[in-house]
Design a protein around this ligand. Sequence first.
Ligand code: COA
Length: 174
Amino acid sequence: MLTIRKASNDKREAEWLQASFDVNMGWTKPPGYFAALLERQASAEISLLLALEDSTYLGHCHVLWRSDYPGFRERGIPEIQDLNVRPDLRRRGGGSALLDQAERLIAARAELAGIGFGLYADYGAAQRLYIRRGYLPDGRGLHYRGRPVAAGETCRVDDDLALYLVKRLRTDMR
Ligand SMILES: CC(C)(COP(=O)(O)OP(=O)(O)OC[C@H]1O[C@@H](n2cnc3c(N)ncnc32)[C@H](O)[C@@H]1OP(=O)(O)O)[C@@H](O)C(=O)NCCC(=O)NCCS
């Protein structure tokens, strides 16, 4: 059974997450990555959500309450980041369930949710998923490491080149 829960601020949780991610995702996070996330959660900077299939790690994402991206930060738009579902358990609704819960958390505090994706094919699933869920480009064009990319400029297509999107979650705060 698929469940979504908030991560607990516990050292064993960090160790379990780090091991589960590194074994199942096909790539690894730097040592201490999840311990650092839980510290940020303890200081209310982020909320870390976990997807479990029974008790097995399926994936995670977090809500960054004060985004580093100026287009979100200036408008008070929380940003959903680091959405990942393990490759062997994709297309079972895990990514959508994580986004559902992240959006519920955000809707309690803000009118809009923000998210970004990379521009190359590895992000193809996320691109389709976010657009289908109603996320629209924020109208500020491409950004490289948070800085706008100007027309005619040359930049590298890697994980730092992103398009940012927003979704209206509620209308009563306008
Ligand atoms: C994006 C990601 C989190 C989706 O997780 P998931 O658990 O497979 O997502 P879901 O099962 O909820 O899929 C929901 C919908 O997204 C779309 N989608 C998901 N994977 C897709 C794919 N490979 N190709 C096309 N559409 C896809 C479909 O519309 C799908 O609905 P459907 O299965 O009914 O057709 C997962 O593919 C992933 O971890 N990708 C690598 C990391 C990544 O890019 N993260 C996002 C960073 S911005």
